[in-house]
Design a protein around this ligand. Structure first.
Ligand code: 5GP
Ligand code: 5GP
Length: 228
């Protein structure tokens, strides 16, 4: 090979390597995070506002689908060129309002929350899921993991009573097949309460998997399940 064609060949090889790096998935798994609205609203840190569409049902709502690394780190804000485009998911909006309601103030229609989640987290899994697929994946996962049903079946209800953290974990493991991560926050009387439930999902966004790493829980051994 002449030196000139040799250097072109090497450049092509490098380009091919870089393109493989770009399209290959660049995270290890997703956390699928659901929040209990009663615990979001019931803290000292902030108040909550019901969305413009009205008070959400007394059910867990989606917080997000977050690409994560196995070592606990995570990528964020991966594509400054990708904006949240409501028109791409117009047929999903009604379901998002029900299953992914926003509780932040001032009261709004959810677009801010979904935009934030897409820009911060969704853009980091674009190698696997485009915007439509990303929101659709989250909605399907919520259907697959009916957390309130799982807890109710085990006699654990949102009635301001205290429950053993381990019983909550067991009830969800029984229903979903894998041990969840549980995150607590504190209410205005400093009670530790059930705030968010983390499940791990494979990089295609479709199946629950055993968590490579559970998030730290910040829960007492007995926690309150607040009313909403
Ligand atoms: P906090 O500090 O309230 O736990 O989390 C604030 C935000 O950081 C979350 O809403 C989420 O966007 C991001 N975050 C926190 N923990 C994790 C994590 O373990 N994985 C990922 N991917 N994002 C996280
Ligand atoms: P993360 O914690 O995922 O970075 O993002 C939370 C952001 O979404 C915050 O800026 C928060 O104000 C906004 N947000 C809007 N609605 C909700 C909600 O219902 N729950 C939570 N946790 N954050 C919300």
């Amino acid at each position: 090979m002449k030196p000139n064609s040799c250097s072109i060949f090497i450049k092509l090889l490098v380009l091919q390597y870089l393109s493989v790096l770009c399209v290959s998935q660049d995270f290890d798994f997703f956390y699928f995070v659901q929040q209990w609205p009663g615990a979001y609203c019931d803290t000292k840190q902030h108040s909550c506002c019901y969305p413009k569409t009205g008070k959400p049902a007394a059910d867990f709502g989606i917080h997000g689908l977050w690409p994560n690394y196995r070592d606990g780190g995570y990528p964020s804000n991966c594509d400054p060129n990708s904006r949240f485009d409501r028109s791409e998911i117009s047929d999903l909006i009604g379901t998002l309002e029900k299953e992914w309601p926003t509780l932040s103030c001032p009261s709004n229609d959810g677009t801010k929350f979904w935009t934030h989640e897409w820009v911060k987290h969704g853009t980091c899994s674009e190698s696997e899921l485009d915007q439509r697929e990303y929101f659709q994946a989250a909605l399907k996962l919520k259907q697959k993991a009916n957390l309130l049903q799982a807890l109710t079946n085990a006699g654990i209800k949102p009635n301001d009573e205290f429950y053993e953290l381990q019983d909550i974990r067991d009830a969800i493991k029984e229903a979903v097949g894998f041990t969840p991560g549980i995150e607590c926050n504190t209410d205005s009387s400093r009670n530790s309460q059930l705030y968010q439930i983390y499940l791990c999902v494979d990089t295609s966004g479709s199946d629950f998997i055993k968590c490579p790493l559970l998030p730290s829980s910040r829960c007492g051994s007995s926690i309150q399940f607040p009313k909403f």
